[in-house]
Design a protein around this ligand. Structure first.
Ligand code: PLP
Length: 377
């Protein structure tokens, strides 16, 4: 199998699975238990929290484990609107957020919030000025992702944070950094956001575990789950110790020689651009600079057919995270591309394990698809 869908999820290295297995079978104590095994687990959870917090460059006390990136996004949006409930109910976000943010905002609209969705340029870029110009005195929250999951566009989160400080310092800033974590500079301190969401399964960790950084500017964060008081009383529920252990192990492995891994992914992406651009009717979509995501269109050939055809040959790529029944995803739609271009958008995404041979096989399959299948009218 050739796996070119690392933005969807990533393989879990053996060492991560082993770390989880040991917790599930031997060190299974509840961190709230008062005997040695529980106390040991409590201590281990703090060590694992420190590992993830170090990678996110934030104090461990401000990092809260969640069940996934989607949960972190939803919590951040609710907590920001709660904290700023006396300021207003206006939210600024983009038209190209992952649905974890997009749908959470849509839900808030149903509850009386007003949401401004800032559109990208045709290349997928969005400037800090464009975001800031949508901010009003009653803007409670700005939510802008760090790296777009379909295009690889990197958005200017730290510039937006600085601009907000000048324009409306009470407005809180959230960034969904699920695709940015350990792929681009993702220091919570440097980003200056009040909430930063990450998820383990995009970096070689297990599914079902993520984390949310909450800055001290959020004085009394709204608890997501009131209950037994875990996660500083903000997100109760017995800690998912095996998932947390797996998350920390994945961070540890990924941060080893990280610069080299990122350079490798960037080189693979450059090689893919070179190989794919030699295919007739294939064009690059957007100007995304994240090292692991490349969006292209085989103009005129429906993306779902391409995905199915390559899948039959054991090659996994994606038609965009929300391509339903031949309709382009909301991200592709926001680019306002010609219909035949939008219809042919596919995403290739890479990991440290991806090789040039993987790209060669994918390019050959795409060329065959182009040469043997009929395009749409
Ligand atoms: N945000 C972005 C940008 C993503 O790419 C994803 C997953 O694809 C999520 C949020 C959701 O993360 P999770 O699958 O951990 O809920």
């Amino acid at each position: 199998m050739i796996y070119l869908d690392h933005a969807a999820t990533t393989p879990v290295p053996r060492a991560v699975a082993d770390a989880m297995y040991a917790v599930l079978t031997e060190q299974f104590g509840n961190p709230s238990a008062q005997y040695a095994m529980g106390l040991h687990m409590k201590n281990q959870v703090s060590v694992w929290r420190e590992t993830v917090a170090r990678a996110l460059d934030c104090p461990p006390g401000q990092l809260h484990f969640t069940s996934c990136g989607t949960e972190g996004d939803n919590w951040a949006i609710q907590a920001a609107l709660w904290q700023n409930r006396h300021l207003g109910r206006h939210v600024v976000t983009t038209a190209v957020e992952h649905s974890a943010v997009g749908q959470a905002c849509a839900w808030m609209e149903k509850q009386g919030c007003e949401v401004s969705y800032v559109s990208p340029e045709a290349d997928g870029g969005i400037s800090a000025e464009k975001i800031l110009s949508a901010v009003r005195p009653d803007t409670a929250l700005v939510s802008v992702m760090l790296v777009n999951n379909e295009l690889g566009s990197v958005y200017p989160v730290s510039e937006i944070a600085r601009g907000l400080q000048e324009k409306n310092p009470k407005t809180l800033l959230h960034t969904d950094a699920v695709q940015g974590f350990l792929k681009v500079n993702c220091s919570a301190r440097a980003l200056g956001a009040d909430f930063v969401t990450v998820s383990a399964h995009k970096i070689g960790g297990p599914k079902g575990i993520g984390a949310l950084y909450i800055s001290p500017r959020v004085r009394n964060p709204r608890p997501l789950l009131p209950g037994g008081g875990q996660e500083g009383g903000l997100r109760s529920g017995t800690e998912a110790t095996a998932q947390i252990a797996g998350f920390a192990k994945a961070v540890e492995l990924r941060t080893e020689n990280l610069a080299q891994k990122l350079a490798h992914m960037a080189a693979i992406k450059a090689y893919a651009v070179e190989q794919l651009c030699a295919i007739d009717d294939l064009t690059i979509i957007g100007s995304g600079t994240a090292p692991h995501i490349l969006a292209v269109s085989l103009v005129g050939w429906p993306s779902q057919n391409i995905v199915n055809d390559l899948s039959e040959q054991g090659i996994c790529i994606s038609a965009g995270s929300a391509c339903h029944q031949g309709k382009p995803s909301h991200v592709v739609a926001a680019l306002k591309l010609p219909k035949r271009t939008a219809g042919g958008v596919i995403r290739l995404s890479f990991g440290p394990e991806t090789t040039q041979a993987d790209i060669d096989a994918c390019a050959a399959a795409l060329r065959r698809h182009h040469d043997t299948r009929l395009p749409m009218l």
